[in-house]
Design a protein around this ligand. Sequence first.
Ligand code: LM2
Ligand code: CA
Length: 497
Amino acid sequence: QHNPHTKHGRTAIVHLFEWRWADIAAECERFLAPNGYAGVQISPPNEHITLTSPWYPWWQRYQPTGYNLCSRSGNENELRDMITRCNNVGVNIYVDVVINHMCGAGGGEGTHSSCGGWFSASRKDFPSIPFTNMDFNDHKCRTGSGNIENYGDPNQVRDCRLVGLLDLALEKDYVRGKVAGFMNKLVDMGVAGFRVDACKHMWPGDLQNTLGRLHNLNTKWFSGGSRPFIYQEVIDLGGEPITSREYFHLGRVTEFKYGAKLGTIFRKWNGEKLSYTKSWGEGYGFMPEGNALVFIDNHDNQRGHGAGGAAIATFWDPRIHKMAVAYMLAHPYGVARVMSSFRWDRNFVNGKDQNDWIGPPSHGNGATKPVPINPDQTCGDGWVCEHRWRQIKNMATFRNVVNGQPHANWWDNQSNQVAFGRGNRGFIVFNNDDWNLDVTLNTGMPGGTYCDVVSGNKDGGRCSGKQIQVGGDGRAHFKISNQDEDPFVAIHADSKL
Ligand code: LM2
Ligand code: CA
């Protein structure tokens, strides 16, 4: 189902990667709702393996050992409290669900799991669900290793083990029932939908059957008959037989080309220019816009996992990251997701980060640290909180203010200076060239003085940033130095002074 069921005209989703439920609840109330964020993607809430070699990596959460709702982010009560409190302030919760597989085949046997439940990877035995060796695909997989060896063969991509992870037999009624039961528990608790992990590795027919079993959303917070929002993670950069298109009828699909391309453009690699993005969206070879879930970076490709490579614009390159995220939030294409990260010690050896496994800030025993908020509203203890950066937060508001308005009044200098508006509700100008921008443009906006929400905030009639004068004819003069901290300017109907 393609509708995110967002409330109060809010539009953007933020992925609070590895945050604790208690912190998310507080963030919904103190920051996300007041600043107009529509929803949160949470890390997998179910029981997962715990590993000490490497030391409690973030990716242990992509190795389920059961469907009890206790994880590194907290227990079931904390999860329920968070969902309730976020819903009560109109912020939706979207759950990252890992249903293609359980833990790695080499995961051993014992109680090294987040709820302390016993499991055996060697015997494929997960008694808390229960799944037994009959519930896995090994008999179907035809590769020598039992792992996926060739992405050119859809059968092995769907029926063999993804990096050694025990592959669930989602063709079985029993397995479908257990997976749907797990997801329905979350739906009944009040979540608005799901980010479905590793969909390329599941047959669309199996997914269709499983998702068809989901309950309607909880009528305490959603109107009767609402179906859960589904966005499926399918990495399709072209060149493989499995395509995003096979999944369009089931819900939205992650458009991985979007961030890879926009990162390349803002980095000016391969002769790319911002002016080429006049036809950004479907005109760029992306999927139909009603199907797309878009993002600049995600928890995988910000650390070299997944797809996109070095072009991906992350918080490590803040100037480029802010411009790319702003471009995404200003542009009408797709449902947009903002990444909110934790910092880790990067250590590149021959181009590969040796520390790409490092988990969230922790007390050293695998217990995740709370997110402290500094007096200046930034986050402490290694939490990056990109979603709180003024430029990004204000562009999330921009997206809400211009929601439903058409892409309009495009201008470019045939290089890396571009501008576009959204109807008569908002206008944004970028200077990614190595020289100044100094130009008068038609903004399409009503005359008046506007506050640039990139360089400052509008606060009770006053503007802490640049001011932009729009004449009665809609024209305004823009000057953006290529030396500016953030070489872009954005104004919208609610930033009028
Ligand atoms: C995803 N989408 O399709 C997630 O976004 C991604 O983060 C997951 O991989 C992946 N699919 C499986 O859910 C991550 C991480 C992998 C990690 C797996 C499982 O990118 O590196 O694999 O989670 O934790 C790790 C080891 C790998 C090992 C595997 C199984 O890195 O070397 O393979 O566990 O033990 C033997
Ligand atoms: Ca599979």
